[in-house]
Write a new protein. Structure first.
Length: 235
């Protein structure tokens, strides 16, 4: 049986969302429902399949891939400096979304602090994470990533804002239309990046579509894959 959650139900389970203005779920076209022990995200608008939480399978997939083929040719890991003299132990994933990139980083052995500002996306993920004991190295937090700027000195930051045509690899599947419709474009990304670059972070990696313009001038180098690019800024 499906049980739909109202905003007030979620606030009881996730009190950290209380400061967010009311109405974010009840006035949205998206719905979260519980079926057995899992939570799902669906949208009235797209008519696509609901989004399910399948992170154990994704983690196992990446652990298998990295064991078989190694880490050094994976573009995101390369961009984060895995082949460098001092590879990171901990990554801040500032745009957690569906946690796909966080899961890859966890499979590679990094500890990850992941941040999400959309309360519906956050609720969907966090409600499911309560049953996900297989992710002990993930710390998941709610908020705008610039709320935590003071933590970023000497750290490794990963920033993947949503653009109109970008992120094809992660969000082209039909059911991911639910996610796209919910989040929309992160129109403040340029301004956020300026603040990240001024935070004293050791390395900032920005995911871009292959042909998208560079977002800030102090670029150090780029790691390219077929449809994506990782722009790397070093301090
Ligand atoms: C393109 S998605 C990220 C996808 C993610 N890398 C993945 O693998 O699933 C962008 C996500 O970051 C969130 N976001 C964008 N800007 C943010 C910010 N400044 N602080 C926190 N979250 C942010 C959006 O709400 C959205 O869920």
């Amino acid at each position: 049986m499906k049980t739909y959650l109202k905003e007030s139900d979620i606030l009881l389970l996730l009190p950290e969302l209380a400061p967010v203005a009311a109405g974010w779920l009840d006035q949205s076209d998206s719905r979260i429902y519980q079926q057995q022990n899992a939570f799902y995200l669906e949208s009235e608008l797209t008519g696509s399949k609901p989004l399910a939480f399948q992170f154990e399978a994704e983690l196992n997939f990446w652990q298998g891939q990295l064991k078989q083929f190694g880490k050094k040719d994976v573009p995101l890991l390369k961009a984060l400096g895995i082949t460098g003299a001092h590879p990171p132990k901990h990554i801040y994933d500032l745009t957690a979304g569906m946690l796909k990139d966080s899961i890859l980083c966890l499979a590679a052995g990094f500890k990850v602090t992941a941040c999400e500002r959309n309360p519906i996306v956050y609720s969907f993920i966090q409600l499911n994470l309560k049953n996900a004991a297989y992710l002990p190295d993930l710390h998941y937090q709610f908020g705008h990533c610039v709320d935590y700027l003071a933590d970023y000195a000497d750290q490794y930051l990963y920033f993947d804002p949503m653009f109109e045509i970008a992120n094809k690899s992660a969000y082209s599947k039909k059911n991911m239309q639910v996610f796209k419709g919910l989040v929309g474009a992160d129109a403040d990304a340029q301004d956020v990046l300026s603040q990240l670059l001024a935070s004293g972070a050791k390395r900032v990696v920005v995911k871009r579509a292959d042909k998208a313009p560079v977002m800030a001038g102090q670029l150090h180098h780029q790691i390219k894959s077929k449809t994506l690019r990782f722009d790397v800024y070093l301090s």
